[in-house]
Design a protein around this ligand. Structure first.
Ligand code: PLP
Length: 384
């Protein structure tokens, strides 16, 4: 059978590790998974209660492609509460997780052959979705030298070196896997640079609510030209509900709506009803965030003691990106062996960085403290 060229897209290795971990767990192995950024906690009580009520009393159907009005209003209200910014609910599109938001943004903003810059190391699905759509990914190395984030200077350099203009820039803050929290001034400089140069700026804010060092800024505070993408998956502990949102510049609302109508019809109504209750659960969710902070502090201490130095800031999100070059030059083999021999799953750095990632691993610390401690004990004994 003939397959399209786009079907040869790189696997999302973290998901492959998750699948292998699930297989081993089903076969009775005591697996601890630090592979995927998935909170161990259930969705907030209010979310579960809203979903139960909806199931008992309602018909779950399609909604408008842009989402339920009540949820769009609740999202807008939360921007006012958290950031003091006023957002017209009409600029909000509810999506099937932020993953659908990326699809929609890329489809509406870019044509095949266009060029979009992302950070390296960075979230692998950006590169994979862009590749599947025939859009060129321009990976820009981030390191201690540039504060592990993109800057106008690094964008300028990437363009002058290639002699080709960028069409888009996508930045996550807090970032996966580096944990970088991009400061307000830097974010503003990036947004301004993009506006001045006719480059679309996409701000992935999915790890908002999970900042441990520094201050969280939404691009909405700085510009009305950015495409902001967010999700209920991380801080709100709703990965499996597949629900997220975009905040769009006015003129993009209708094009996004048109593409979303045919691609998705709508995000799941049950998840939309439930998600509207999530904004009232701050106390519960902040307790979970404090638990991640405890995991983070423990890993920041234990990983270097084991010879795995921390390779980036860990200021936000819930990942430790560690240098494993003392033990291996092949992070894929290291991940496979670690899972097979001690039942600890983590993600090879290759997923995030095709050039340097052979010597790094990403450990998600969204799990329970006891599991994290047990994982460190196993890794310590194994490496000895
Ligand atoms: C930076 C980043 N963006 C987006 C996503 C996708 O999340 P979802 O589709 O569940 O909203 C993830 C998931 O790990 C991520 O790390």
């Amino acid at each position: 059978m003939k397959f399209s060229r786009r079907s040869a897209v790189e696997p999302f290795h973290a998901m492959d590790v998750l699948a292998e971990a699930t297989r081993r767990r089903s076969a009775g192995h005591p697996v601890i998974s630090m592979a995927v950024g998935q909170p161990v906690h259930p969705a907030p009580q209010a979310v579960l209660a809203a979903a139960r009520t909806a199931l008992e009393h309602g018909r779950i159907g399609y909604t408008d492609a842009l989402g339920l009005q009540a949820l769009r209003q609740a999202i807008a209200d939360d921007y006012r509460t958290r950031h003091g910014v006023s957002v017209d609910p009409g600029r909000i599109a509810v999506t099937t997780g932020s993953s659908a938001g990326f699809n929609l943004a890329f489809l509406v903003l870019f044509d095949p052959g266009d060029r979009v810059a992302i950070a390296r190391p960075g979230y692998p699905a950006y590169r994979n979705i862009l590749a599947a759509l025939g859009i060129e990914t321009v990976e820009i190395e981030v390191s201690a030298e540039n504060g592990f984030t993109l800057t106008p200077e690094s964008l300028e350099k990437a363009q002058s070196e290639s002699g080709k203009k960028l069409d888009g820039v996508l930045l996550a803050s807090p970032a996966n896997p580096t944990g970088t929290v991009t400061g307000r001034d830097n974010l503003k400089a990036l947004a301004d640079y993009c506006t001045a140069n006719g480059i679309a700026f996409i701000s992935d804010e999915i790890y908002h609510g999970l900042t441990f060092v520094g201050q969280e800024t939404t691009a909405l505070e700085l510009t009305d030209q950015a495409v902001v993408i967010n999700s209920f998956s991380k801080y709100y502990c709703m990965t499996g509900w597949r629900i997220g949102w975009m905040v769009l510049p006015e003129e993009l609302v209708r094009p996004i709506e048109r593409v979303a109508q045919s691609l998705y019809i709508s995000a799941p109504e049950l998840s939309q009803i439930a998600a509207a209750a999530a904004f009232g659960a701050t106390e519960e969710l902040d307790r979970y965030r404090d638990a991640y902070r405890r995991n983070r502090d423990m890993l920041a201490r234990r990983l270097p003691e084991l010879g795995l130095s921390i390779a980036s800031p860990m200021d936000g999100a819930f990942y430790a990106y560690a240098d494993v070059s003392r033990f291996t030059n092949d992070s894929m083999a290291f991940a496979r062996k670690m899972l097979a021999e001690i039942n600890v799953a983590a993600t090879p750095g290759f997923d995030f960085d095709p050039i340097e990632g052979h010597r790094t691993m990403r450990f998600s610390y969204a799990g329970s403290y006891d599991d994290m401690v047990e994982a460190m004990d196993r890794i310590g004994a194994w490496l000895e």
